[in-house]
Every structure is written in structure tokens, then in C-alpha cells.
Design a protein around this ligand. Sequence first.
Ligand code: CP3
Length: 356
Amino acid sequence: MPADHPSHSGAIADSALLSACRGERPARTPVWFMRQAGRSLPEYRAAREGTTMLESCLDPALAAELTLQPVRRYGVDAAIFYSDIMVPLKLAGVDVEIEPGVGPVLAHPVRSRDDIAALPTLTDEALTPIREAIGRVTTQLPDVPLIGFAGAPFTVASYLVEGRPNRTHPRTHELMHDDPQAWEALLEWVAEVDIAFLRAQVLAGASAVQLFDSWVGELSLVDYLVHVQPASGRVLRALGELGVPRIHFGTGTGHLLVAMRDAGADVMGVGADLTLDAANELLGGRTPLQGNIDLAVLAGSPEAVDAAVAAVLTAGGAAPAHIVNLAHGVPKDTDPDVLAHIVDLVHGAPAAVKGH
Ligand code: CP3
């Protein structure tokens, strides 16, 4: 890590986000939102006009601007780098696009040993637009930590194998069970790409990372331990060597929470399937938690929002530390004023005393 890295500056090292990642209880509870940049913001829609999703990610000035927009509007405690889990694949040379309203679509799904062997290598040079965008963000935002991210090996592999979004990922499960060696090779390839993508973000100025394993909750614990944890662990350990806190997130992961933490996470992100006090109990009371306001309340009455935020703050009070977030990404029809109100509520609430 370079000596002038932002995480060595007092403002970032002592920020509410990084304090909570270390298991401390800062004066105010930190809050940010997964997918805080995006279609729910009019300024995002205006800035994105005429550019495809992946083009916007590879234009350093635009990616930096889109990263900063939600920080300016909401006063959240972290920026999350505006990019996508498919960006490093694109940079490696995989033929992928993100279709509006659909999601990632591959020209050639990866299904056989030959497909896996033919996957390209991600060079460090290809990551130049990522470093440039991050450099712009940290220069313009010296006092707010920037979270870098990647899609975890299972979730990224599910897009590679299926070729387009699919709710149940049947071909992914088939490959994992019918040809475990090919599966392992595929996950190793994704892990290497992830490590390169995340290292570039951290070395350029990100002060924390989040690994998104959005779809891993559909696996049994045994499948997770045998077929997924080794690759995710490799990514998390490599980032641990850089000394940045690692947040690990998935949805529907109550049965996997301990295994995901043990893969090498410092903070566990929790979805909508369990309350934070239950998650804390599962994790033995020693892991900071992130989450988990139910997305359903965002479209509800102001009273329902207030009650949900209060409940999440109370349940999070059981954990050693708590970073408030939603249970998953911001839905595109969310009223930005509701998110602004949530930030005000969290920042106005007295910080919980440290759990146990
Ligand atoms: O603000 C942020 O959180 C940072 C940016 C971010 C994006 N994607 C931008 C984006 C992050 C962290 C992601 C992660 C991501 N991308 C995940 C993991 C998180 C999760 O939600 O579970 C996944 C599974 C993807 C793949 C992906 N990219 C999907 C499923 C979609 C939605 C397609 C659609 O149109 O419904 C995308 C597109 C995408 N990624 C958008 C944004 C802002 C919308 C693109 C647009 O505006 O047209």
C-alpha cells in the first residue's frame, strides 16, 4: 500500500465506516446504500444519456462523477465505486454487454472445459481506466472512504455459465456437480480476475472492499464449503494482505453466514432473511454487521420507513459494530427523498453502546 494512500489519512482512518469495520462504535452509526448510484437518481439518468452501461464504467471522468453523485446528495458515510461486476471480464476481453432492463448478456456462454481453457487473461494495463476513475474520486473526496468491489466467484461464474440473467441458474449447478474439476478451474479464473480488479481499486485509493455474492444463498452449506468457499477465500485473503477491511455480502445466506465470514471477511453483509441480532448470534457476537433495511418498506408510508430503520438500529445494536445498509441494492423506482430521510434518521440516532 503506498504511503500516501487515503486510508493512512486521519479523516479516512477515523471515519465512521472504517471504525465500524474494525469493530468499534463510532459517535454516529455509518450508513451507505448498495447501488446508491443509479437509475433512482435524476442526475444519474441525465449524466448517462447516450452512453451504454459498460461505456460509462470505462470513462474515468463519468465513472468518477457517478460515484460522487449519491455522496453529494445523501451525505452517506461511504462512496461505492461506480462500476459493475462484469467490468473486469470486459477488460479481460470477454464479449459481454449489460442490456438495459435485463442485465449482463454474454455472446458466448462458458459451459465446457474448452470454453474455460479459452478464457482470456486480465492484464494490469487493461485496468488503467479503473485506476484513473478511482484517482479522480479520491482527489475530489478526500474525507469520505471509497469502497471498491467485485462480484464473488460464484455469482460471476453464474453469469458466465448461464449467458444471461436466470433466476435459478440450472446450468451453473449442472457444471458444478457434473464436472467439479472444470468448475474449480472456472472459479479460479474468476478469483484471479477479481484479485486483479480489487487490487487495482485499492492501490489507486479505495479504503475498503465489498465482495458481492448476490446469488450464493441458493446453494446448500455443503456445496458452498466444497465448491465455492475456496475461491472466495482466495480473493478475500489476497485483499487482507493489503490491509483493507473486507465486507462480504449475499442474499438469503443465513445458512452460509458463518462459512462466508470464515472465508476471510471482516464485516458480514446481511440480506432480508434474518434480523441482525439473529445474525450476530450465529456469528458468535464477534463480527461487525452491515444491513439490512427491507426493500419493501422503501415504497411504503413514512411511518413504515421510520419503524424499519428503528428496528434495524436496535437489532444491529447487538453486534460489535453496525453499518446501516439496505438488505439488497436500491430498486430503480426508489424515491431519493426516502433514502435521504433514512440517512438523516441514522445520523440523528444516538449510537448504540458496544454489544459484547
Ligand atoms: O452504486 C453502486 O452500488 C455502485 C455500482 C454498482 C453497479 N452494479 C452499477 C449498475 C454495483 C456495486 C453493481 C454490482 C452488481 N452488478 C451486482 C451485485 C449487486 C447486486 O445487486 O446483487 C450484480 C448482480 C450486477 C450485474 C448487473 N448489472 C445487473 C443484474 C444489472 C441490472 C440490469 C437492469 O437493467 O435491471 C446491472 C446493471 C447496472 N449495474 C446498473 C447500474 C447503475 C443499471 C444500468 C443502467 O442504468 O442502465
